[in-house]
Design a protein around this ligand. Structure first.
Ligand code: AMP
Ligand code: ZN
Length: 670
């Protein structure tokens, strides 16, 4: 990596992390999982350590994400609120413990460690004086937090008075029990409101609402685990802090415990990583704290976190459930997506009952069989996914899940696009796609049918007034008027817009057909090369590849479109209704009458369309491919394969541009 690249990556990482921080803390709408976030952060820290010249004061590695809402009332913490250093494996935990022992200059790394469940909630600071709650704040930026006193007072398990009289800051984590979270989301869904991604977001969102009544209805809860500022400290260890808190009336976690060996630590971490889903609240790791407060003081803090604590982070949560069936759904664009229907299971914030399998490759990767037992994973905010199958639970008769080779809705054979893994139904009239296809057909750049929008199309389909694209030119206007309950004027407008659309040029029609990968520009190139429907209908992939801007992917798509019976049927029908499936060209003379022509390569003085037009004006015919029936092949710059093929057929006259110009002037000699 060059220094410049390093600098750029550092900048990019900082920007990304700041954006994620904002989404997470301010909007409670995380975009990435915690694990992904932490990985980015770790990468940034690595780079900053190796290249200290790029270190700046306000880097995300040294500041904790801020939850402060601009304009909100803030209160300064009496003692700073820190974040925690993360460890993602027990090896990392072990080496952190060795580092701690080294700093404390003790021989053994097996010092007493207080183990606490890491509650996945929202941290909070409570200040009491003379035994009474004075205020409550969020962590904010670590130095000052947002005043949330009124809301905190709604939480029943938080005492407003305590026996301890001296000023003291009490810290803990506010969380929403899973059952509450599910209930709230159900209610929100029923009201058409956006549901919370997970209990933590719900807790964070709730703690900051303006109306305390909402907090009262939501049954938030809290666990408390540490002390900030305190004038009197009747405790000597982390364990004693916990006992002090319990005695003072705070809820502390029942499972927290003191460990004296690495073995115990390991056991506790593994045990809870397995058992996390048995709890009524979410945890995302274990916090390890040096138990002795005198040791904690000697260790002190880094810019961001205490040196005496480590957060062991669990891996994304996994659960197993049964595969009930696999549905193949046809999207509005024709893509067929397999979806696993699962026995509902709660995991990291959601009850999962379906999960996308993306495509055929994914089914193969999983070696998915019917009724399989599957492991699903969901990390916090990320969409659940099937990680693997458990073949040991599979019955010997179970059959492999196979991807259909026909569209489940209209039975058209599916096609896999050239570079892709996705299977598509390319039927122009597939019921699963027809709404979108008609919307496209009527859109501005296509047939430009004013007044035929999404809603009206939906209605026409719903009442079976249309089924296919061509039905637009055969509408029962009386019936529409009845349905729409609209004035005669708007029906008349629709009618005239549809009539007017019959005048659209050939390239617009070609675009309007919605052939995959054919945008308006490509449609124009194709239409110029093939100025009539009859010509393009018989074009081979090879022929199509000669068109400028047309690569393999487009050529295959166009070719298969015109191979499809439904497409042909629709085009014939459109032609019958009076649409012009060709560029109009009036025949002006019969100089070239009875002769067929084909072009290959680029001409200096004519575009394809011009050349074609000139030939047709003079009564000639332009064909799409080389055959024995062809009379003249006009060869320009960089000719394609047609040239080679034409050379093998003696009867074809191969001419250049000058000879072509002469023919146009003088006609074909008998
Ligand atoms: P992080 O936000 O990942 O840096 O982790 C630090 C946060 O973990 C703290 O600010 C607390 O909100 C939260 N936390 C949850 N449980 C505990 C615990 N038992 N001890 C300390 N912090 C905890
Ligand atoms: Zn279909």
């Amino acid at each position: 990596m060059t220094i410049r690249e390093v600098e750029q990556e550092i900048k990019k990482l900082r920007k990304q992390l700041e954006e994620y921080n904002q989404l997470y803390f301010l909007f409670n709408e995380p975009k990435v999982s915690d694990t992904e976030y932490d990985l980015l952060l770790k990468r940034l820290a690595e780079l900053e350590n190796t290249y200290p010249q790029f270190k700046i004061d306000s880097t995300p590695t040294e500041s904790i994400g801020s939850d402060l809402t601009p304009g909100a009332k803030v209160i300064k913490h009496k003692e700073r609120m820190y974040s925690l250093e993360n460890a993602y494996s027990l090896e990392e935990v072990r080496s952190s413990l060795f580092r701690i022992a080294r700093l404390l200059e003790i021989e053994s790394a097996e010092l007493p460690i207080y183990l606490e469940l890491k509650i996945d909630g929202f941290s909070i600071n409570l200040f009491y004086d003379k035994g009474t709650l004075q205020y409550a704040t969020t962590r904010g930026d670590g130095f000052e937090g947002e005043d949330v006193t009124e809301n905190i007072k709604q939480i029943k398990s938080i005492p407003t008075t305590i026996p301890h009289q001296a000023p003291i800051e009490i810290r803990g984590e506010i969380f929403l029990p899973i059952s509450e979270f599910l209930r709230i989301n159900e209610e929100r869904a029923a009201k058409g409101e956006k549901s919370f991604a997970n209990p933590r977001n719900a807790a964070a969102g709730t703690i900051k609402v303006k109306n305390s009544q909402i907090v009262a209805e939501r049954n938030l809860d809290g666990f408390f685990y540490s002390i900030g500022y305190a004038e009197e400290r009747p405790f000597k260890s982390q364990q004693e802090i916990s006992e002090f808190l319990t005695k003072s009336g705070f809820k502390t976690n029942l499972y927290n415990k003191l460990a004296n060996s690495f073995e115990e630590i390991e056991h506790f971490c593994n045990e809870w990583e397995d058992k996390r889903s048995t709890l009524e609240y979410e945890i995302d790791g274990i916090v390890l704290k040096v138990n002795d407060l005198a040791d904690q003081d000697r260790l002190g803090f880094t810019d961001k976190s205490p040196r005496w604590a480590i957060a062991y982070k669990f891996k994304a949560e996994e659960k197993s459930t049964n595969l009930l069936s696999v549905e193949f759904s046809v999207g509005r664009t024709g893509a067929v997506t397999p979806v696993a229907i699962l026995e509902p299971v709660y995991i990291a914030g959601t009850t999962v009952s379906r999960s996308t399998l993306h495509n055929e490759d994914e089914i193969d990767r999983l070696d998915l069989h019917h009724n399989d037992r599957v492991v699903i994973v969901k990390s916090g905010d990320i969409i659940p996914k099937i990680l693997r199958t458990l073949p040991e639970f599979r019955s010997p008769e179970a059959e492999k899940v196979v991807f259909p080779n026909h569209c489940p809705v209209c039975q058209t054979p599916l096609s896999k696009e050239e570079d892709g893994v996705i299977q598509y139904c390319n039927n122009i009239n597939c019921p699963a796609q027809i709404q979108k296809r008609i919307e496209h057909f009527a859109s501005r750049k296509a047939m430009d049918i004013e007044g035929l929008g999404e809603a009206l199309i939906a209605k026409l389909l719903e009442y079976n007034i249309i089924e296919k694209i061509e039905d637009l030119y055969n509408l029962d206007y009386d019936k529409i008027q009845e349905l729409e309950n609209q004035g005669e004027k708007s029906i008349a407008n629709l009618k005239s817009a549809i009539e007017k659309s019959k005048e659209r040029a050939w390239d617009r029609i070609l675009y309007a057909l919605g052939i995959r990968f054919v945008g308006d520009k490509t449609a124009k190139s194709i239409a110029e090369h093939y100025p009539t429907y009859e010509l393009i209908k018989t074009a081979t992939i090879e022929d199509l590849l000669e068109i400028e801007d047309v690569g393999e992917r487009i050529a295959e798509s166009v070719y298969s479109f015109f191979q499809n019976e439904e497409s042909i049927h629709t085009l014939e029908a459109l032609k019958d209704k009076g649409l012009k499936l060709e560029y109009e060209s009036g025949v002006k003379s019969d100089l070239l009458k009875g002769f067929s022509f084909l072009l290959t390569g680029t001409l200096a003085n004519y575009t394809r369309t011009e050349a074609q037009q000139l030939i047709e004006e003079k009564g000639g015919r332009v064909t799409s491919s080389v055959s024995k029936k062809l009379n003249y092949l006009i060869v320009g710059e960089n000719p394609g394969s047609k040239y080679d093929k034409a050379k093998t057929i003696d009867s074809i006259k191969i001419i250049d541009e000058t000879e072509f110009a002469k023919l146009l002037e003088e006609g074909v000699e008998a």
